[in-house]
Design a protein around this ligand. Structure first.
Ligand SMILES: NC(=O)c1ccc[n+]([C@@H]2O[C@H](COP(=O)([O-])OP(=O)(O)OC[C@H]3O[C@@H](n4cnc5c(N)ncnc54)[C@H](O)[C@@H]3O)[C@@H](O)[C@H]2O)c1
Length: 256
């Protein structure tokens, strides 16, 4: 199977850390030119340099920034073949205390930005009659947990966007899929688990076991590279007939 994609151009949001970095590296390894789009101007440029990609500093909660990211990429390369909507963050709070501005921020970054970027790359992909849009949702796009209302609402919404766009994209060779990871070893998750361990005065591994792994079939964190490999497959020609799907990679957590 030919998995190389020489000449293709991808935008990967949130590629300055964790899963996004692994995706950027994987795609670059397949011959794709990657635009590393991230608000973090300290980590992003180093990632871009390692993969001979390009860094764009961008706060994707701003709609004008979404437009400019696509416009500048299109000006530089004349094409955008792959869009990976990955940037995200988490906020844990009971609903009654959930800050309205944090709610708005979560939705702006994890639902509105993927919509705007999809809308803006669409004409380019349509013209080339080839496109791959991969939305990094979560098992929290499929099931809920308490105290994560904003995150869970955005991730569920992202699956709705995925399905709607997939139905429109089929006739143009554009596929749109969501990936729903379970607990993956990244700064986002390790930070959360360390905070919980500190708050509860128990060792990291005990918290990991209790919160993350007790229900899973495979008792370990998922590695970012495992998510990246799935992105690579969906982005390849081999993934041409896969669209509108939710690809769960959760070590069996939601198999119950
Ligand atoms: N780690 C997990 O277990 C897990 C599980 C399911 C889903 N996810 C999802 O995977 C994606 C990546 O998560 P991660 O664990 O790699 O997190 P991470 O914190 O390591 O990386 C997130 C990246 O997004 C960037 N970002 C944050 N706000 C931004 C903004 N306003 N504009 C542009 N970039 C911004 C950050 O700077 C960071 O580089 C997220 O959407 C997350 O919800 C993660």
């Amino acid at each position: 199977m030919n998995m190389r994609a020489d000449g293709k151009v991808a935008i990967v949001t949130g590629a300055g850390s964790g899963i996004g970095t692994a995706i950027a590296r994987h795609l670059a390894g397949q011959g794709v030119t990657v635009v590393v789009a991230d608000i973090d101007a300290s980590s992003g440029p180093a990632v871009a340099e390692q993969i001979q990609g390009y860094f764009v500093a961008v706060d994707l909660r701003q709609s004008a920034a979404c437009q400019e990211l696509v416009d500048s990429t299109a000006r530089q390369f004349g094409r955008i073949d792959i869009l990976v909507n990955n940037a995200g963050f988490q906020h844990i709070s009971p609903i009654e205390d959930f800050p309205e501005d944090v709610w708005a921020s979560l939705l702006a970054l994890m639902l509105t930005a993927p919509f705007l970027l999809t809308k803006h790359v669409w004409p380019l992909m349509k013209a080339h009659r080839w496109g791959r849009i991969i939305n990094i949702s979560s098992i929290h796009g499929l099931v809920a947990s308490p105290f994560k209302a904003g995150y869970i609402s955005a991730k569920h919404g992202l699956i709705g966007l995925t399905r709607a766009a997939a139905l429109e994209g089929g006739q143009y060779g554009i596929t749109v899929n969501a990936i729903c990871p379970g607990w993956t070893r990244t700064p986002l998750v390790e930070g959360q688990l360390h905070d919980l361990a500190r708050a509860q005065g128990v060792p990291f591994d005990e918290v990991l076991d209790r919160v993350g792994l007790s229900e899973a079939a495979i008792k370990r964190l998922i590695e970012p590279e495992e998510i990246a490999a799935l992105v690579g497959f969906l982005a390849s020609d081999a993934g041409a007939a896969i669209t509108g799907t939710t690809q769960v990679i959760d070590a069996g957590l939601t198999a119950h």
